[in-house]
Design a binder for this molecule. Structure first.
Ligand code: MN
Length: 717
């Protein structure tokens, strides 16, 4: 049959449940895909378009909506022909383009490590990535057709696809209650992976079936007679055991082939729920039910929405398994979530009974996440986000990590190990540098870049979402803060002691203990840390310590006598360029190395470094005395930002010239903004990174040399 004939065939099938307009849209998607795939062939030698067409047919059998069918036609277009998503959305609308894009993304995930422990996470990741459940339905149909036509593929590829099908896609179909697709995928996967075993079991089944023919017919006749006698509607089907399930039972349940096959399975499909229970009574009157084997999945449906009555009878020296269900339950058992669209497309309006069953069905899916969550609601029925709260991402080695939605690379780093989190400085997302604060998406591969000596940034607390990251960052910062405050406190105390002409090492244990006691702290370290944190003044603590050398008892009475010597008090503390938790640079005056600076102790926050001419500094005598004199270390290499105001005559290219001048002086521009401008003059603010005053002078000279620049000065507030 030509593909044109097949597409007409398909549209004929669609006319049973779609209107003409929608059928035309599906047809249009077909012709578009046909043209896009023109010249491409499948391994079998067929034209490529036969594949999407077959995928659409599978979905049409499940009576899926026209958008799913269009997406099926177009599902390989983005991936295989390079037509962008935008083009599809222009042609067929946003919804269809989204579906196609979703399917392409699933196709792109590499199922690298197929360790069994990971299979479940892969399944969840797949579901989480899909967002719209129809993406999964198209993907499952795609996979089903590929499995049906696996033959011409090279051995390796066949094995890989079959394994992936058994590990990922068949279980997904099962979770979605799509029994028919699930068993077909399993059987096809089993046949490809184990051709010999499959052949052997299949032969044995055929042979056994022949020899059991009489028994089967006998049971079937008895059941049929009984239904007729009681006037109960119902058709009886014999059920075949699937090769894959026979094999699994032999392998995992250690049963022999004959033990498994010694069960005769039937299904009775009837009209109403009520009939189900009547039929149950009827079959129990023919054969004795085995105790403990009756299950009422009508009253208590399975998590995936499955409903049926199950019973096992003992008769004719064999066990007889019977399933009893209505037509509708049969549809749901076979097609699972897809059955929803089937009913939705019926002429009848969706009944509230049906609605609540769908809700229950999805609720059941939610339960498999092993987490109570009632917050889930449908926006529309077609948009079902199965895992609204989770994302799944890969480590560089292909391990899958589950994180809450909104988690960032920092959360990821802490989820791997606290040390990785603490030392993380940057990240790669799908091999490109990414920002540490950007929320991750399912399917991404995340690599954390660490640096020795790196420390967590307090700003991370504003975007991390996991408890582990939050508590680790807090804990580490607290620990670091303690270390830093001890260090800073000790430096300040030493300096103050020097002013009193003594040294920390000269103090006796008694002196220290007395002061610790006097201040009601538990240890000398706590006292020192308090100084570092700015909660106590080093000068006062030093005075108490020194007073104690003169007399025991009331330290404060003696304190006034001890006057610090000027030069000791003025000898500056050396600061290095780096900001820590307790040392920060004032944003008002933005000091840079070379500027005369002083430190202001801010209670609980540590020391803020200001330029000593800053207008924010206290100007009364007492206030000035509380400042800590500082000097810069000699070997600072960090960069500091300064703000420059540049006035210039307007002419073409002047801003570019300025930027160039800054670069020529090895300065980095953080920001340029135009503040004022008229026909003749302009003013810009330049924020530049420099490593000190000399560097700044060089930058300013260069900018000043730009001919149009009339004035430049450093801005401080
Ligand atoms: Mn495909």
């Amino acid at each position: 049959m030509t593909t044109e004939a097949t597409v007409e065939n398909l549209t004929g099938q669609l006319s049973a449940y779609l209107d003409e307009n929608r059928i035309n849209q599906v047809r249009r998607a077909y012709y578009y895909a046909e043209q896009a795939h023109e010249g491409q062939m499948r391994k079998s030698g067929d034209r490529y378009i036969t594949h999407p067409l077959a995928v659409a047919r599978i979905l049409a059998e499940m009576k899926l909506d026209h958008q799913s069918l269009m997406a099926a036609m177009l599902h390989d277009v983005i991936e295989d022909t390079g037509i962008p998503k935008d083009a599809l959305s222009e042609q067929f609308g946003e919804a269809v383009a989204e579906l196609v894009d979703g399917v392409s993304k699933l196709t792109q995930i590499e199922f690298r490590s197929r360790a069994e422990a990971q299979a479940e996470n892969f399944q969840k990741m797949t579901l989480a990535m899909a967002r719209d459940i129809r993406v999964i339905l198209v993907k499952l149909a795609d996979r089903l057709h590929n499995m049906r036509t696996l033959g011409p593929m090279p051995y390796e590829k066949r094995q890989r696809i079959a394994t992936e099908t058994l590990d990922i896609y068949a279980p997904i179909a099962n979770r979605l209650g799509m029994h028919a697709i699930c068993t077909e995928l399993e059987d096809l996967g089993f046949k490809s992976l184990y051709p010999m075993r499959s052949k052997y079991i299949s032969k044995a089944v055929t042979k056994l079936r022949g020899s059991h023919r009489d028994v089967i017919d006998d049971i079937r006749n008895k059941l049929e007679d009984k239904l007729r006698e009681r006037g109960l509607p119902g058709r009886i089907q014999g059920r075949e055991k699937h090769l894959n399930s026979i094999y699994n039972k032999m392998k995992y349940k250690q049963k022999s082939f004959h033990e498994i096959m010694d069960v005769y399975a039937f299904r009775i499909i009837t009209e109403s729920e009520d009939d189900c229970y009547r039929i149950l009574g009827a079959v129990h009157s023919i054969y004795k039910p085995l105790p403990g084997r009756f299950k009422d999945y009508i009253a208590m449906p399975k998590a995936n929405g499955y409903q049926s009555l199950h019973t096992t009878l003992f008769g004719m020296h064999v066990n007889i398994e019977i399933q009893i269900r209505t037509e509708e339950m049969e549809q749901i058992a076979n097609n699972g979530i897809a059955a929803h669209w089937m009913y939705k497309n019926d002429a009848d309006p969706v009944t509230s009974d049906h609605q609540s069953r769908v809700d229950r069905w999805v609720q059941g899916l939610m339960e498999m996440r092993e987490r109570a969550d009632d917050s889930l609601e449908f926006i529309e029925h077609v948009k079902v986000d199965l895992f609204p709260d989770e994302i799944y991402v890969f480590t560089p080695k292909g391990k899958i990590m589950e994180l809450p939605r909104g988690a960032t690379p920092v959360d990821f780093a802490y989820a791997i190990h606290t040390d990785i989190g603490n030392a993380c400085v940057a990240c790669r997302i799908n091999r490109n540098l990414g920002s540490l604060s950007q929320p991750l998406q399912s399917g991404q591969t995340v690599e954390i870049i660490t640096a020795p000596g790196a420390r967590p940034n307090p700003a991370w607390l504003s975007f991390v979402t996991t408890g582990k990251a939050r508590s680790s960052i807090r804990h580490t910062l607290k620990h670091l803060q303690r270390t830093e405050s001890l260090e800073l406190g000790k430096t300040l105390l030493k300096k103050s002691l020097k002013g009193f002409g003594t040294r920390l090492s000269d103090l006796t244990g008694e002196q220290i203990n007395a002061v610790v006691k006097h201040n009601q702290v538990t240890s000398f370290d706590d006292l020192i840390a308090d100084i570092g944190l700015g909660k106590r003044m080093a000068y006062l603590v030093a005075r108490q310590l020194v007073s104690d050398t003169h007399a025991q008892g009331d330290a404060s009475a003696q304190a006034l006598d001890a006057t610090p010597q000027q030069e000791g008090q003025r000898s500056p503390v050396t600061i290095r360029g780096t900001e820590g938790l307790l040392v920060s640079f004032a944003s008002c005056c933005k000091p840079i190395p070379g500027d005369p600076v002083v430190g202001v102790m801010d209670s609980g926050k540590g020391m803020v470094i200001h330029s000593d001419t800053c207008s924010r500094l206290p100007d009364d005598r007492e206030g000035r005395a509380s400042l800590t004199h500082l000097k810069w270390a000699k070997d600072i290499t960090d960069e500091f930002s300064v703000e420059l105001r540049v006035e210039f005559e307007r002419q073409r290219g002047v801003i570019a010239e300025m930027a160039n001048a800054v670069a020529m002086a090895d300065g980095n521009i953080e920001r340029i903004s135009v503040d004022e401008q008229n026909a003749r003059f302009g003013v810009v603010t330049l924020v530049v990174h420099v490593n000190g005053r000399r560097h700044l002078a060089r930058v300013m000279r260069r900018v000043k040399n730009v001919r149009a620049v009339t004035h430049i000065h450093r801005v401080r507030y």
